[in-house]
Ligand binder design. Structure first.
Ligand code: RB5
Length: 145
């Protein structure tokens, strides 16, 4: 399992927290920044992570901004990306089981670090169920043209 992770300025603290978690879990990742606390534009940081996941260079991606919303909208514009905006453990598991989400988006201004850690662990540890969900995910791919 190899993870690509980035944030904007609104997600810097939670990104560091999640990288600590990945270190603890001994999961390898690449940090796509930013490396400063300057105000940045979240699509600039969603794009490289989403493209790297879509190309298969990473198994999964984690994107963090203030709300998670901008990151999720931007990532879902990249063909092959199924980015889920998640702020509870139930949805973290469900989006893996049912949507085979390959990126998770989190909002640092929405949830605390403890819940974010639980969400990321649940999301990383849950497999896609396949079956009828495969057909539905294929229909999402068809929408991409
Ligand atoms: C930045 O202020 C904020 O707009 C961004 O982090 C994010 O919440 C956008 O969706």
């Amino acid at each position: 399992m190899k993870i690509a992770i980035s944030s904007d300025h609104g997600g810097n603290n939670l990104r560091r927290e999640i990288m600590e978690l990945l270190d603890e879990l001994q999961i390898s990742y690449e940090d796509f920044g930013p490396q400063t606390t300057d105000s940045v534009d979240y699509p600039d940081y969603a794009k490289p992570v989403a493209e790297a996941v879509a190309k298969g260079e990473f198994n999964r991606g984690i994107l963090i901004c203030g709300t998670g919303i901008g990151m999720s909208i931007a990532a879902n514009k990249v063909k092959g990306i199924r980015c889920a905006l998640v702020h509870d453990v139930f949805s973290a598991k469900a989006t893996r089981c049912h949507n085979d989400s390959n990126i998770i988006a989190l909002g640092e201004r929405v949830i605390g670090p403890g819940l974010a850690r639980e969400i990321v662990q649940a999301w990383l540890n849950t497999d896609f169920e396949g079956g009828r969900h495969t057909r539905r995910v294929e229909k999402i791919s068809e929408l991409e043209g």
